[in-house]
Design a protein around this ligand. Structure first.
Ligand code: NAD
Length: 485
């Protein structure tokens, strides 16, 4: 019998009321490692009640004391970083080095959140009229919820709850049902760090839990990271329930390679960006727009480097490319490859040849001569499949990228400062890389997708996250000068 996961409510691991459980599968071995409950709305009500009860005293806990709890949490995460990384590899499939990178990025969010005393300060003006001053205070919202995807089981929850709770909110997390194991360690370490019961809760499940959270009147804000259709649904539903919401969604990131780029360096970065984490990254490169005059030379280097990619179980030394998350993702990837061939793109590297029945493996796949009317260019495939679009020049490359409905990240490889400036000023994307393949901003900058890659106003991370998880109170006060006679 594999273990059945429990929800974390009011500081306790408790049985879900779920009638249905889903297997949690190691995608590199197809082993079932646990079962996750598809919890009910009644489970959500219980978690929100616990979070709501905890809010009054947590919000009143002095901010420096909350920050010290985050410092202790930071130290515990550092102590357990190897265990956390290993767990990420086992449940998600990405290689251990990438998993270690994820742990590091997650911990940086805790470091940032520990700055709550400065981040939460308001502002004031001593004299707005005769004897009158105004002060702007920040307060937490109350119970807030996070709904997270499978591809970063530690980092994405850490975009949300460390800052939310440091600012005095209480939190209910609904992790991806595909990668639910990390949440357990995150919760246990929060308890060890001294976070009071009810401040952080986990309800495992799928759409019933999501709907339960959005519909609950005590949930004041919802942070979502995941695919575009689900993000659009959540954004609309939060509007219907008059909730504050941030929804970070899908992507189709372009890397532009110009004729003066260091081609080997550009190819190395493209391989890491397109095939790292099996292409299951919202900042993964999905399209290279390369200048026609160097396209053949670039493709030669890219193919050489892509053929060197070692595929396998991410726990094994030297493995770069792990599996995609589930069999349905593998089948979907294969159908996109078939579609690319049907639509006339030239398949120059076929990952299907490297498929391996031990897990949901598919090798690096590259299509050349892709055009913007093709499905493989339009859709987010979220797998190690890369499209090459040959362009006349930078202007055309930017036009191609801007045709996409998505606008998460975009990169350029060039030595030309004017080209970099043109790219920066004209590209539609919120996170840009210059001679960098994965321009994911660090915790203190916003994760700032545009267009269909983001719905809302305030992004995760950076000062946006402080605004998202707080509300303001402006006090205007008259202090008549005392009568000193
Ligand atoms: P997903 O949308 O399938 O799932 C995300 C969350 O939504 C999960 O917790 C899931 O249980 C829940 N969910 C799924 N279907 C639902 C439904 N019908 N109703 C309510 N909730 C539902 O996404 P995923 O496959 O886990 O993750 C991959 C996606 O996430 C990709 O599109 C990727 O680009 C995106 N992503 C975006 C960012 C970003 O910052 N923009 C970061 C990471 C991942």
């Amino acid at each position: 019998m594999v273990e059945r996961l429990k929800n974390f409510i009011n500081g306790q691991w408790v049985d879900s009321r779920a009638e249905r459980y889903e297997p949690v599968v190691n995608p590199a071995t197809k082993d079932v490692i646990a079962e996750v409950p598809l919890s009910t709305k009644a489970d959500v009500v219980e978690a929100v009640r616990a979070a709501s009860d905890a809010f009054a005293s947590w919000a009143q806990t002095p901010v420096p004391r909350r920050a010290r709890t985050l410092f202790r949490y930071h130290d515990l995460l550092m102590k357990h970083r190897s265990e956390l990384a290993r767990l990420i590899t086992v449940e998600n499939g990405k290689n251990l080095t990438e998993a270690e990178g994820e742990v590091q990025r997650a911990i940086e969010n805790v470091e940032f959140a520990a700055g709550a005393p400065s981040l939460m300060m308001g502002d004031s003006l001593s004299t707005i009229a005769t004897d009158i001053e105004a002060t702007n205070y920040r307060y937490p919202l109350g119970v807030v919820a996070g709904i997270t995807p499978f591809n970063f089981p530690m980092m994405v929850p850490c975009w949300m709850f460390p800052m939310a709770i440091a600012l005095g909110n209480t939190f209910v997390l609904k992790p991806s049902e595909k990668t639910p194991m990390l949440g357990r360690v995150l919760a246990d370490l929060l308890t060890e760090a001294g976070v009071p019961k009810g401040v952080f809760n986990i309800v495992y499940g799928a759409h019933d839990v999501v709907n339960g959270l959005i519909e609950h009147p005590e949930v004041k804000a919802v942070s979502f990271v995941g695919s575009k259709p689900v993000g659009e649904y959540i954004y609309r539903k939060c509007g219907e329930h008059l909730k504050r919401v941030q929804a970070l969604t899908g992507a189709k990131n372009h890397i532009i390679v110009l004729r003066d780029a260091d081609l080997d360096e550009a190819a190395r970065n493209v391989v890491a960006s397109a095939f790292g984490s099996a292409g299951e990254r919202c900042m993964a490169c999905s399209v290279v727009a390369v200048e026609q005059v160097i396209a053949d030379d670039f493709l030669d280097v890219l193919l050489r480097r892509s053929r060197e990619v070692v595929m396998g179980n991410g726990l094994d030394d030297g493995v770069f490319l792990g599996p995609v998350i589930r069999e349905e993702n593998l089948k979907r990837t294969i159908s996109y490859i078939e579609k690319g061939v049907q639509e006339g793109a030239k398949l120059v590297l076929d990952g299907r040849e490297k498929m391996n029945q031990d897990g949901y493996f598919i090798g690096p796949t590259i299509f050349d001569h892709v055009t913007t009317d093709m499905t493989i260019w339009k859709d987010e495939i979220f797998a190690p499949v890369l499209s090459i679009v040959r362009v006349k020049n930078l202007k055309e490359a930017v036009e191609v990228a801007n045709e996409s409905e998505f606008a998460n990240g975009a990169c350029i490889f060039t030595q030309n400062a004017s080209a970099i400036r043109y790219f920066r000023e004209n590209i539609d994307a919120g996170m840009l890389g210059v001679n960098i393949g994965v321009p994911a901003p660090m915790a203190f900058f916003p994760f700032s997708g545009w267009k269909s890659s983001f719905y809302g106003t305030l992004h995760c991370n950076g000062k946006d996250s402080v605004d998202f998880y707080t509300r303001k109170k402006v006090v205007t006060a008259r202090y008549p000068v005392p009568d000193f006679s």
